[in-house]
Design a protein around this ligand. Sequence first.
Ligand code: ADP
Ligand code: MG
Length: 684
Amino acid sequence: MITPVKISPATLANLAKLGIHHRADLLLHLPLRYEDETHLAPIETAEPGNTMQVQGVITHSEIVFRPRRTLLCRLRDESGELYLRFLNFYPSQTKLLAVDRKIRAAGEVRMGYYGLEMVHPKCSMVTDDTPLKTSLTPVYPSTAGLSQTALRKLIANALEVLPTPDHLPEEIRRRLKLDGFSESIRLLHNPAPDIVPSTLEERSHPAWQRVKFDELLAQQISMRVHHKERSARKAPALKIKGHYCDVLLKNLPFRLTRSQQKVSKEIGGDLARPHPMQRLLLGDVGSGKTIVAALAALQAIENGYQVAFMAPTEILAEQHYLKLTGWLAPLGLIPVWLSGSQKKKEKQLAAEKIASGETLLAIGTHALFQQQISFQKLGLAIVDEQHKFGVEQRLALHAKGKAAQAKPGFQEPHQLMMSATPIPRTLAMSYYADLDVSVIDELPPGRTPVITKLVSDERRCEVFERVRSACMSGQQAYWVCPLIDESEALQLQNALETHQQLCTTFPELRVGLVHGKMDSTEKVRVMNAFKTGELQLLVATTVIEVGVDVPNASLMVIDHAERMGLAQLHQLRGRVGRGAQQSLCILLYQKPLSELARTRLKVIFENNDGFAIAQQDLQLRGPGELLGARQSGMAMLRFADIDADEDLLEQARTVADELLREYPEAARGYLHRWMANRHDFLHA
Ligand code: ADP
Ligand code: MG
């Protein structure tokens, strides 16, 4: 009888690093690529760049010191000769590769100092009748201290001892013309030599299709289960009363767009139900999400519940605070402000007003969700620029909710998340399948699209003139400092220098500076000075990337635009074009441009629509980064690629519903196989 191999604690720790926590996880630890050791190639066919396996006799073996200690051997077969070279080697290798030994070597051929060579090939001693491998050799993702050989053994053992039932009902499998689960993973772990390796490496082989489908299906099932669990939980039913909302709408200097009305209705309907809303409000930069959020807040307030309105940066939170105060003060509602950099006394005062229920609307940064803040009767949490919050913050928020749920009679607050990172439909479907999504798909009327210009740094002086004349004619401008990845200190230094320089260049203009290291009162002072027109030119780091809204600013210069990502450029550009006058965004770039930078600048130059830009961004960078660097760590999908595998995703969506309805046991099987370790992360 075959028994499971014992796994040492050290190996277990290494496996955990790879996300393998249960023996069954080994089954889904699939190869990155394969080595072909199923046949031998004559040495004369070796060409640089080829990966091949050859066999011959060692004709020469010595240790040379050029440039450092190197084991250099010559291998000859009937057709020709090749060098084998090792930089780090053991005495056992010197012994193995002795002259006259018959050796089989596999590796990549390169052109080296001595001629064609393989560096660190995989070598073994053979006789004339040593058999060749009968399947391609898998190469697995691994980690230091865990050899391929050890991993292969563990996986082979798991394939032997564990049952690998196909959870997909036969009828559905046939309908979708998918291969069986067990045969698919067995094939991927041990592909026969006649399989075209590229179909494996490109993951187009039916076995890969099956695995990717299963992964997507498990994800869809998990999200639906989560969605359903939510409708079993309790939240306050915040009925639409309208009195505050009506007054606010009447006082506004504009009318809501059709799109704003539609999403407002969706949100209002959700809030009125006794189950927690989790809705994502998507809308391009400038589409007017804030007023929609304000109306949702009023609906909660009309029912006597508190609202927390959270933004990722102090500048943005402060701006919301000012804007909402302006809108709500005429209704007799005064919001409370809370941020991390506030003085202790002020923070305490705000916390007291929140805890006593005296204040109905609290606006601030994530300080709002820290331990010591407790709401008396929280009905709605609004999170702006949701994608800017990290996974840890979202987990913390989640945990806080869970702890409170233990109390009897607990009612969970509704959640409204907003994002100006327009997410392509496929990504939204996959990543946010457990949320309800509302989309604002039009901009308020009267906006003139921003004109974008690409200008090489050599023409900086012309750009200066442009800034000068714009400001002299009463407009306002932003000058965005280059992004410096290496260090915050350099970034700051650069911002200070740019500010100095521009003050000198424009003695006749009032030039301000705002950057991330400033203390928040100072930041607010500068932003207000810019808003009121006291400052004409604002030098800024990318802290102004999200949310900042100064309609009179109609010119933006982005210095070293080639360093910025597409989403960032689009967000920055969205700071202008908010008023009626024609706006201009100048992307100053430094030559030479990398291929990627050139593509990015072209995309941003040719597109104004955030969704189109996001779609191209997805292709350039992959979904992980698009959702924000901090979220990419969660690697939602290991095998499927939601852009390339859109068709599979569509099928998985339909089948997920079908399984949950008609084959609940199968759905559980999927969750168990794919999601056992990842449930929490997925729903952070
Ligand atoms: P975002 O969706 O990027 O958060 P904001 O909520 O900041 O956009 O709105 C951008 C600007 O458009 C603000 O100045 C806001 O007052 C204004 N605005 C919002 N809705 C309308 C509308 N229906 N008509 C005209 N202006 C509007
Ligand atoms: Mg906004």
